[in-house]
Each structure stands twice: as C-alpha cells, then as structure tokens.
Design a protein around this ligand. Structure first.
Ligand code: GLV
Length: 305
C-alpha cells in the first residue's frame, strides 16, 4: 500500500508532526498559507487535510482531492468547511473541542474585566501622557459583583465561562434555558456570546437585539464575528445604547469595522481566545491524532456531529 499523503495548510508546532511523519508523507504550508490556487493543486493527492479557521475549505478544494478521507480543522469552530460537500463524499470532518475550552473561557473573563474596568482605555491614556493623577471620580467602571451575566450558547465554553462567574459574585442566565433570548437581552449587565456560527446565528445580535439591551450593559464576543452585525453595533455605540463592547472576532478578519476603532469603550482583541502555548499545542496534537486514527482505519477522536 502506498504511503498516505497529508496536506497541512499552515505551519504547526514542529514536535506535533512526529506521529504523522511516522505514517504519512507530509506537505506543510507557510504560516500565512498558500495562495488558493496553490492549495487546490497541492491537495490533488491528499488523503487528509489539516486546516485552520483562516482556510476556507469549500467544495472546489474538496473536489480537487479525489482520495480525501478526512479534514481535521485546528479549531473548535468549523464554519470554514463546506460540511455538505464533505458529507456528500463521506469525508470525515474533525475539530478540536475540549482542549481549548478553559483558554477561551479565561480570555472571555479577560475581556469582561478589560472592558468593564477600562484597562485598555487606561493603558492608551497613560501611554499618550494624558494621565493627570489619581482622582476620586476618574475613569469609573462597572463592578461585577451582584450583576447578571447572560450567556448565549450553552456548550462547553459557555458553561466554562459560567463556572468562573461565581468567583466574581455574578448571577448567570443562559438564553433559551433559564430565560428567553429577549429576557436575556433586557435583563443582563454583561452579555457573552458562545454559539457557533450558522445560518441561524448569523447577525443574531442585530439592531433589534441591541436596542433591547440595558444602556449600562456590555457585549462580549469570543465566538465568531458574523454572529454580531458590526454595522449595527457601531450604530448602537454611536447612539449610546450600550456601555461598551469587547470583541475577539470580526465579520471580515483581519479587517475591523472602522467605526469600532473610534470608540474608547470598545476593547478589540486580534482573535486570541485559544491563544495560550498550552492550548495551541494541544489543538495541533488533537488534529494530528484525528488524522492518524482515520488513516489507520479507526474512528476519529473528535468528529464534528
Ligand atoms: C477559534 O476560534 C476556534 O474555533 O478554535
């Protein structure tokens, strides 16, 4: 039997590749990925593709790879993969759940604290030499204790964020479990989004949703950018309809809606939710394990449902 061939769209931590190199020939792309046409040409002989969330694995890539058996995404989200096209060819798709749950939950709290206590805004102020000294009424934020955290999405990450809320004395409600979506919008002081991107969640937070929020409330998004209508969010911030927002994900990464850049009460992170050394290595390891299992004729560890 010939040696299976694995295309890895972008560089992975070097030591994670060893188990794969023992059983397959491996073609690894540069950190920034190959141009689309080149990716299409390179997958021609692939039995497996290891992709990242910045790679769109659409029907044309899948069609170009007649022996493809598995697409292993190094991410928990897999909206970048055409699942229908994969399913039509019985190609297995896997993701990297669990290993990143804690890292994303910790980062969500970093954003909640950063925006409510004005950390990034204060840092900018100090750096531009605008700090005049301590004053009782200077840069007050919002205290978390006793407030309501509304979580949209009751998956692993949403639940991990909820677990950490006890440390801050916050009350937690989940949309559609404890309260309706509208009740969550109306009653929460912090709203944090932890739902996958799908046709059902695209622009879930639109103008209609934003006007329902308390004017003192903050919106946090560490899920996928298109769940929030950025144009609507910029409008709501202009109108003072909410106190602030903290975003890790955007509709057209790496572009950020220009109006969001002008608001001091918005924290903008460059998609870092799972970015700890521990977790990023574990994600790469898990994607590699998924491919090794499928190439050996065994079930994958973490197939997407
Ligand atoms: C990151 O955004 C992921 O889906 O893993």
């Amino acid at each position: 039997m010939s040696v299976p061939h694995v295309v890895i769209t972008r560089r992975l931590p070097a030591r994670t590749l060893a188990p794969l190199e023992a059983v397959a020939s491996v073609d690894v792309g540069p950190s920034e990925g190959w141009p689309r046409e080149e990716l299409r040409a390179r997958v021609t002989g692939a039995d497996a593709i290891i992709s990242q969330l910045t790679d769109r694995i659409g029907g044309e890539i899948i069609d170009a790879a007649p022996s493809l058996k598995v697409i292993a995404n190094v991410a928990v989200g897999y909206d970048n993969i055409d699942l229908a096209a994969a399913r039509a060819r019985n190609i297995i798709v896997t993701n990297t759940p669990d290993v990143l749950t804690n890292a994303v939950a910790e980062f969500t709290w970093a954003l909640i604290l950063a925006v409510t206590r004005r950390v990034a805004e204060g840092d900018r102020l100090v750096r531009r030499g605008a700090w005049k000294g301590w004053a009782l009424d200077f840069m007050p934020g919002m205290e978390l204790a006793g407030k309501q955290l509304g979580i949209i999405g009751r998956g692993r990450i949403g639940r991990a964020v909820a677990q950490k809320a006890a440390a801050f004395g916050m009350r937690v409600v989940f949309a559609k479990h404890d309260v309706s979506f509208d009740e969550l919008l109306v009653g929460s002081d912090i709203i944090s989004i932890h739902t996958p991107l799908s046709d059902g969640t695209r622009h879930l937070i639109d103008r209609k949703a934003l006007v329902r929020m308390k004017r003192s409330a903050y919106l946090i998004n560490t899920s996928r950018g298109p769940v929030v209508d950025e144009e609507a969010l910029a409008w709501a911030l202009d109108q003072g309809l909410l106190a602030g927002a903290a975003l890790d994900v955007y509709e057209r990464e790496p572009d950020v809606h220009s109006a969001l850049l002008t608001h001091e009460n918005v924290v903008l992170a460059p998609h870092l939710g799972s970015a700890t050394r521990e977790t990023r290595t574990a994600m790469a390891d898990l994607a590699v394990r998924n491919v090794v299992e499928v190439l050996a004729g065994r079930p994958p560890v973490t197939p997407v449902s």
